[in-house]
Design a protein around this ligand. Sequence first.
Ligand code: ADP
Ligand code: MG
Length: 474
Amino acid sequence: MASVPEHVLMNEALIEDLQKVAKDTALLQGVLMRTKETPNSSEVVSYAPFTLFPSPVPRSLFEQARQVQTHFNLLVDRISQDAEFLEQALASTIKVDDFTAKLFNIYRQVKQEGCSQHIVLGLNRSDYMLDPGKDGNTSLKQIEINTIAAGLGGLTSRTPDVHRHILKVAGQVEEQKKILDNNPVAGFAEAIAKAWELYGSERAVVMFLVGDVEMIQFDNRFAEYELWSRNIAVIRRRFDDVSKRASLDQNKRLFIDGKEVAIVYFWNGYMPQNYTEQGWEASLMMERSRAVKCPDISTHLAGTKKVQQEVSRPGVLERFFPDDPKAVAQIRATFAGLYSLDMGEEGDRTVAMAIANPDHFVLKPQREGGGNNIYGEDICQVLESVKENSERCAYILMDKIRPQPVRNYLLRSGSPLKLSTCLSELGMFGAYVRQGKGMVLNECTGHLLRTKSDEHSDGGLTAGVAVLDNPLLI
Ligand code: ADP
Ligand code: MG
């Protein structure tokens, strides 16, 4: 399957020409990324990787993903407020996974002190693959939900025009009309602006907490511009800056370099290697502060893979939506099989099931950012080595989704052009703002389609695997 006819896909001279047109168009539209060689400099940059053609996505499944997003926003937010659930869900994991344990320590400490901010700002992205199913009924299955640093909403907003142009040049004039406009960060900025307004200090800034290596900085520049255009000042600081120069006043207001921070927007802090000892201290200080954290620590924890697995247990969604069976059904319909590896009979059964059929599953540790999951024979190796002890609780097991492959060309700086068999992952961006008990804003703000060659099991754009794409609704 492909989104353009076979004669276009196989026309070598045309493809050669199209790829040149495509790269120039991407550069001119601002679909940009820094290079591996100079990840912290904008002197020489390249196009961010993308597909030559958009990929077909059934309209009904796209709509389903869009419609369930506001329910997922509520779910994440409700989990984040349920201390008993979070404690129980993560109890086995934090005994063996040091990173999650450190996050959980911050959560406990802040909770003991009492929450100093009742404005909650959530910006997330729920990712799906389309499962062709055994009965020929393709269904939407959630891969994960990202509650911290949900990215690519900026860059992807510039890709529809690139694909429209490519399709026009390829003679696919009718097809190009089907490409949707998409600007996820406009909705993100609206939510940030709402939270900033509720914080209530005109001079206070939004602080983007960024990493030391910023290869994909252009992506979050888009959100930054959206905020400046609303006359909200944005500053960018690293953990190190916070630990050296930030402080709290007696009202727990967060200050850095003489500026009051209304919102800390985390673009960093989701991987163990993001933290030094001082970084952990800086993180605790920000969490204790009155600044609105995006995400706050409990929302960060609500996005862990262990929580995802625990939420899939019978009856759990009902706990979070006691009066809304429709929302429960809509959310549950997107769940793939998720299995606990906790000690005990249930976990033993999971181990046996995975070892007997490793190709049917994905083994996931509590990590983000791509490249951490375990597939195929490696699942057996890992499980054989941890199955007798509690180390296995650091993982969860998930059904492997096998989407229908689509043929396409992946354009990546420095890689030769070749026709690839590709798999796509659809993301929906969600934004919400809560003040105390009341939801002030709850929206789906746009989408993301990422596509990779089927030679790769795992994803990740900066990992050099997945590339930007656009859905062509069919
Ligand atoms: P991360 O937090 O690292 O992004 P994910 O759970 O999203 O972790 O997994 C990374 C990638 O691995 C996904 O983008 C997808 O390509 C692949 N993957 C994850 N879970 C599954 C699954 N259940 N079936 C098929 N592929 C999966
Ligand atoms: Mg992911």
